[in-house]
Structures are given as structure tokens and as C-alpha cells.
Ligand binder design. Structure first.
Ligand code: URA
Length: 289
């Protein structure tokens, strides 16, 4: 392993593995801790280790690290009863079954439950995956859910103010009741409301846990958008390759105009407010320092 402190080509091993399309950075850390990564003939277990991609000989699971792959971005409509993973020791259906003809090793960004369906992103671009998943990026995820029952407005309001679920406190950024069109010849139940909910966090089973918290089971869950990238008419089990511009639509917020406007008003009024005496003193001190 390269030890020269001043080597400008040094890069973190997990970043390099992600760049070469092996996994997300977190996934690369897993490969390292599992002892699958060998640098110059030695297994490495140390997370955060730096290597020189031009000099160091790196193998993963016995195979030499490939040169930088072309970035691939895929939008996939996951059907129900399929696992969000590229392999399954129990041999249940996985998303990999639908992606056999993809000419690169791609991995899913985030997950959907076994019984959830809808938009999933897959890529071999670890940096992109990292940015989409990072909590600070606040990528909006939009879901349509069918509930067992009909919540009262005050219960829905709770989801907007925030609820505690396993994994932490979360809140819906937007929520609205959906009107479900009556399908001829099909019974539409009066007992089940449909809601559209937009969240930016990504806790496990987040949407189900949020509704459970206000006393309602989610009986159907579709992810219809990530940012402004929408699933549209893409059929179940179908995929499309995205160009970079389309892939970057996930970073555009999918909140209705009035939600943005409310944010702006709050922002403007704080800005316009006359600073308090304490704040002035604090600012003066900062400027002097
Ligand atoms: N929230 C859930 O509860 N399940 C999913 O699959 C996605 C979000």
C-alpha cells in the first residue's frame, strides 16, 4: 500500500470501489470488512484506508479492479413480492431477475419493502448514489398509499408536525387525500382512503410506521416519484435507462408550489426582521473577531 503522505493520487478505498461501480460507499465498506478486498496481496479490513489507483494492485473477491466504467442510471418499476436486492440466499424473486440484460454491475439506491411497488433507481455510480441517499440532500420521495380505514384531518395533521417511529423523529413534507376514480364494474370501498405523502427521510418502513403511529395500516404502497423523476406510464417490472439530465431530476423537489411558498415566507420574514440587541452584539463581536 502506498505510504507516502504527499502522494496526490491517494484516494479512499471505499470511494474508489464505488467509483468503479462495485457498490455504494457503504456497500464498499461492507466488502472491505468482509475481507473481500486485497491490496498488493494483503487483505485489508481497515475502513478509511487510502490507496493509489495507479500503483496499487487491488482485487475484490479475487477479481482485479476494473477501469472506470461508464455511468449507468436506471429507473425501474418494482413489482410487489420482489426483494430489493441483487441476490437472495433464500432464492426469492429479486430485482436482479428483471435486470439480467444490464451490461454493468448496478446496485439499487435505497429500498422498497417486499410488498411495496414502484420507482427504484439503480446505478453503478457510487458518488451519485451517495448524494441521493445523503440526509442533507433531502431528496423528496412521493408515495401513494391505500389505508385500512379513514383518518380524521387532525390525525393527518400529526404526520405533518412530526411523529416518532423506530429510527427517529420524522415528518411528512406534504400530504393530500387522493380521489380514487370509480372503475366500472369494480367495487370501490368506502372504508379505504388513498393518500399521497411526500417525505425526505429514508427510515426503514417509514411510511407504514408513520401511518401505524396514527392508528392506520398501509395496505398498498406505490412509490410514484423520487424528486421530480416520475414513474409515469412505466409498466410493472419494466426499466428505462436515464441520461444524466433525467437522473439529476431526483434532486428537484417534488413539493407543491404552496409548500415552497410557505417555506419562502418563513425565510423572508426571518431575514427581514430587525435583529435583536443580543443578535446585534453577537454580530458585532463576530465582525471584530
Ligand atoms: N416506506 C415504507 O413503509 N415502505 C416502503 O417500501 C417505502 C417507504
Amino acid at each position: 500500500m502506498t505510504t507516502q503522505e504527499q502522494d496526490k493520487n491517494l484516494i479512499r478505498l471505499n470511494k474508489l470501489l464505488a467509483e468503479r461501480g462495485l457498490a455504494s460507499r457503504r456497500g464498499a465498506d461492507k466488502l472491505i470488512t468482509e475481507g473481500l478486498v486485497v491490496v498488493n496481496g494483503k487483505k485489508v479490513y481497515e475502513l478509511g484506508i487510502k490507496v493509489n489507483p495507479f500503483k496499487d494492485k487491488i482485487t475484490v473477491d479475487g477479481k482485479p479492479l476494473k477501469s472506470k466504467a461508464e455511468n449507468i442510471y436506471i429507473m425501474f418499476n418494482k413489482p410487489k413480492n420482489v426483494i430489493t436486492s441483487m441476490s437472495d440466499p433464500l432464492e426469492r424473486p429479486t430485482i436482479a431477475d428483471f435486470l439480467e440484460d444490464v451490461p454493468a454491475r448496478v446496485f439499487p439506491i435505497g429500498r422498497l419493502d417486499w410488498d411495496s411497488e414502484g420507482l427504484m433507481l439503480l446505478t453503478n455510480d457510487g458518488d451519485y448514489a451517495q448524494k441521493v441517499m445523503h440526509p442533507k440532500t433531502e431528496v423528496t420521495k412521493t408515495y401513494h398509499v391505500k389505508l385500512e380505514g379513514q383518518p380524521q384531518p387532525y390525525q393527518i395533521k400529526k404526520l405533518l408536525t412530526g411523529v416518532s417511529i423506530p429510527g427517529g423523529r420524522v415528518r411528512a413534507k406534504h400530504i393530500e387525500k387522493l380521489k380514487v376514480a370509480k372503475v366500472k364494474g369494480k367495487k370501490t370501498s368506502e372504508k379505504n382512503d388513498w393518500y399521497k405523502i411526500v417525505i425526505t427521510e429514508g427510515k426503514n418502513h417509514q411510511v407504514k410506521e408513520m401511518f401505524k403511529k396514527i392508528g392506520f395500516d398501509v395496505i398498498k404502497l406505490h412509490r410514484v416519484a423520487i424528486g421530480k423523476l416520475r414513474i409515469g406510464t412505466l409498466g410493472r417490472g419494466q426499466k428505462v435507462y436515464l441520461n444524466e439530465a433525467a437522473a439529476n431530476r431526483v434532486f428537484l423537489s417534488d413539493l407543491p408550489e404552496e409548500v415552497h411558498a410557505r417555506r419562502d415566507v418563513r425565510h423572508k420574514s426571518t431575514k427581514a426582521a430587525e435583529p435583536s440587541a443580543n443578535r446585534k452584539k453577537f454580530d458585532k463581536k463576530l465582525n471584530q473577531g
